[in-house]
Design a protein around this ligand. Structure first.
Ligand SMILES: Cc1ncc(COP(=O)(O)O)c(C=O)c1O
Length: 353
């Protein structure tokens, strides 16, 4: 082992790094690999950024993001003290793991799902327990089985990579059975038909995280938030960095959540394209899960899909190839503009001939 590695905690030495999707900085890729929104954000966001950049950058930001929380609370039907702002929802996931999961405690997550959850457990020196989705992406009862060591459960809904949804009533039942907090990660819920914000009011151990990266087209900004009961939020404030959100992202996020007309229009466009690409991918012989997110999960049993990913990449179209040991592999294709998706599907059809 190299000399300097020994300086690190054993957990850090042993863990594999989390590898985010490719983010090519040059070239002319059609980028359908990390579930970004293909459309630019609301013009109001751009104006808010310009105005925030022109004033007060010499001062620290509001540590609690009050202006954002006030507006978001109105939109979501809660009070501002039910919201915690984060530097992307990854920051919220980190805060929760640090707050609830100590070394040798256990974190539960479904499999396959967002790979970062594992990494967060490993950083804490904690164990993680993966509960496999059934083939139809329903979740076995085991997910809500009580366990003395269990300190936190993560449930992405809609899930990634499948885009599938577990109904809120079922989630309420699972949260009631679990003795630990349950975080419903709603990174993609703005594209879905249901969400779990109301459940937070009924069960203090149920929390919901959201991001502005996807449905508000602000992945480059880094802003997410948590909805939880005030007593939980108050404790979590002890764990977050003092100034975890900067003035520019706070101003932009406030303008973004204020523009609900933009969100409705964007959701309608993205969901219409998702519907169209699902139909066409099925015609091309893929098995496509019923997605309520801004991406679709495609598999096939008649041929390997990795060569299709590679061929598309040579064509300058980036989709995500995912291989989950003991589960299987597939392509996760983000919803792009209609033109981008038509180009991707035409190329795919060519590679399948
Ligand atoms: C399920 C899920 N949760 C959370 C995130 C993190 O989003 P962000 O940190 O950009 O808010 C992602 C990003 O891809 C995701 O897929």
């Amino acid at each position: 082992m190299p000399e300097l590695d020994r300086l690190f905690r054993p957990e850090i030495q042993q863990m594999q790094p989390y590898v985010p999707g490719e983010q090519p900085q040059g070239g002319k890729f059609i980028k359908l690999n990390t579930n970004e929104n293909p459309y630019p954000p609301s013009q109001r966001v751009v104006a808010a950024l310009a105005s925030a950049a022109a004033s007060r950058l010499e001062r620290y930001p509001d540590p609690l993001g009050t202006a954002f929380r006030v507006r978001a609370a109105e939109v979501l039907g809660v009070e501002p003290d039910w919201i915690l702002c984060g530097n992307g929802s990854d920051d919220i996931l980190t805060i929760l793991t640090r707050a609830f999961v100590g070394s040798s405690d256990k974190l539960r997550l479904p499999y396959p799902s967002y790979i970062l959850y594992r990494t967060l457990a490993q950083l804490q020196g904690a164990q993680y327990e993966e509960i496999r989705f059934r083939e139809d992406f329903s979740l076995a009862e085991d997910f809500s089985k009580p366990d003395a060591q269990l300190r936190l459960a993560f449930l992405p809904n809609p899930n990634s990579p499948s885009g599938t949804v577990i109904e809120p009533q079922r989630i309420a039942d699972m949260a009631a059975q679990l003795t630990c907090p349950l975080l419903v990660d709603e990174a993609y819920a703005d594209f879905a038909e249901s969400h779990c914000i109301e459940l937070v009011k009924q069960n203090p151990r149920l929390m919901v995280s959201r991001t502005l990266s996807k449905s508000y087209a602000l992945a480059g900004l880094r802003f997410g938030f948590l909805v939880a009961q005030p007593a939980i939020i108050e404790m979590l404030r002890k764990v977050k960095d003092s100034y975890n959100c900067d003035s520019l992202s706070l101003a932009a996020a406030t303008a973004a959540i204020d523009d609900q007309a933009w969100l409705r229009d964007n959701r309608q466009k993205v969901n219409a394209t998702r519907q169209r690409m699902t139909v066409r991918l099925r015609e091309l012989g893929f098995t496509v899960a019923d997605s309520q997110a801004n991406f679709v999960w495609c598999t096939r049993s008649d041929r390997p899909v990795q060569p299709l990913y590679e061929a598309l990449k040579r064509d300058q179209v980036l989709v995500r190839y995912m291989n989950y040991p003991q589960w299987g592999d597939g392509l996760r294709i983000s919803v792009g503009t209609d033109d981008q998706i038509d180009a991707c599907l035409d190329l795919l059809a060519g590679h399948l001939r």
